[in-house]
Design a binder for this molecule. Structure first.
Ligand code: UDP
Length: 367
């Protein structure tokens, strides 16, 4: 009880700030555990509150159970709780009030809009992610949410021995600098099990560590990756590119991610834990063959062997390397897997689907 009081007290200034924004016909949707303490305060304003949890764990351990127990008194006061997968729903909550809404991506956002190869190349060159090529006329342009046209002009900071060329094939993972995304495993597996069989490069891209204030571990993880690079054989090191994408303009950053994903031969998401794994849906939507861990929401997205490859054991570097190498060596298989992946996302993981799910939920709360 004392712990509950202190969490609510800490969030009191935020609750007070929100009170001015809320009108009587509103519904408030709070996201993730950090906001749980706001549920009672906002509920007290007389509007329905939905609490949505984006994180989840495949099999709850003791720490997860304790955390759920701590947060349940707040969350149980919400009119509805939303989880990304049925398996992620907490058993300490009132099951009659929960809904499952699968995350989706916005096909028209700068992250996912259709870009032709010349624009992909122009963006990669402008961002310093590829060496300059003879100009073919395409500007490094992307469409902003308000419909205006943006241009990529900030540069990523890339740690590499030589720049990627337009003709180089590359394997890509886009992730925060977090050990649960397993950057060390992605790199070591590339070195041991992919590089010896195929001339592809590896691009590992994440946000510029200094730009992410709420990710205190990022710098330490990046430093660990950098010292690991020094231990790799020189010919492999020469094919690894670590890209730090500037976050000053979120839509420009998204355009860089979009271009990287569209230009990749194979996209990897070799995480050790994952809630949903948006990067998987993003790459599938772009028709890329994806190799990803059979964990969390990734296993809801990829049908193994059809719309991507699921890795049974995310720590098995040989399994990961063999799957990526197979796709690099068999472009026809990669293309048909990419096509199936795009259809899978069109069917299940585009925005209108979650919009409808929210409408059903709100109807339940308001009618
Ligand atoms: N992302 C981005 N810029 C970056 C790195 C990542 O926009 O420099 C995005 C990525 O495209 C995805 C999101 O961050 O949309 C990461 O979501 P995901 O579910 O894959 O993992 P999380 O970071 O939430 O654990």
């Amino acid at each position: 009880m004392a712990r509950s009081c202190s969490a609510a007290t800490k969030l009191a200034p935020s609750a007070h700030a929100f009170a001015h924004l809320i009108r009587k016909d509103d519904v408030v949707i709070l996201h993730d555990p950090q906001t749980a303490g706001l549920v009672p305060a906002i509920r007290a304003l007389g509007v329905p509150v939905v609490w949505r949890c984006h994180v989840g764990i495949d099999s709850a351990n003791r720490i997860a159970q304790d955390t759920w127990g701590f947060l349940a008194p707040y969350v149980n006061q919400a009119d509805a709780t939303v989880f990304s997968r049925e398996l992620f729903a907490w058993d300490v909550l009132d099951g009659s009030r929960h809904a499952v809404i699968t995350p989706t991506i916005d096909a028209f956002a700068a992250k996912n809009e259709l870009l032709g190869e010349p624009t992909v190349n122009a963006i990669l060159v402008a961002a310093g992610l590829r060496s300059p090529t003879a100009a073919d006329g395409a500007p490094p342009a992307f469409t902003r949410m308000d419909g205006s046209i943006g241009q990529v002009d900030r540069r990523a900071s890339v740690i590499e021995e030589q720049a990627l060329r337009r003709e180089d094939q590359y394997v890509l993972q886009v992730s925060r600098w977090d050990s649960l995304k397993d950057p060390m495993g992605v790199i070591q597996g590339f070195s041991d099990h992919i590089a010896p069989h195929h001339p592809a490069h590896l691009v590992y891209a994440g946000p510029a560590a200094a730009d992410v204030a709420d990710d205190p571990e990022a710098t330490a993880v990046l430093n660990e990756v950098l010292s690991h690079l020094d231990e790799l054989p020189p010919d492999v090191r020469a094919r690894i590119h670590l890209a730090m994408l500037p976050l000053t303009d979120a839509e420009e950053n998204a355009a860089m991610v979009n271009a990287l994903q569209r230009g990749a031969a194979v996209v990897v998401q070799k995480s050790l834990a994952e809630g949903f794994g948006l990067t998987v849906a993003e790459a599938m939507w772009k028709g890329r063959p994806v190799v990803a861990s059979r964990i969390g929401g990734i296993q809801d997205q990829i049908e193994d062997g059809v719309s991507g490859v699921l890795l049974d054991d995310p720590t098995d570097l040989a399994e990961y390397g063999a799957a990526v190498t197979m796709l690099l060596l068999d472009p026809a298989a990669a293309a048909s897997m990419g096509a199936a992946a795009q259809e899978r996302v069109r069917d299940q993981f585009l925005g209108p689907r979650s919009l409808l799910a929210y409408l059903y939920l709100l109807e339940r709360l308001l009618v």
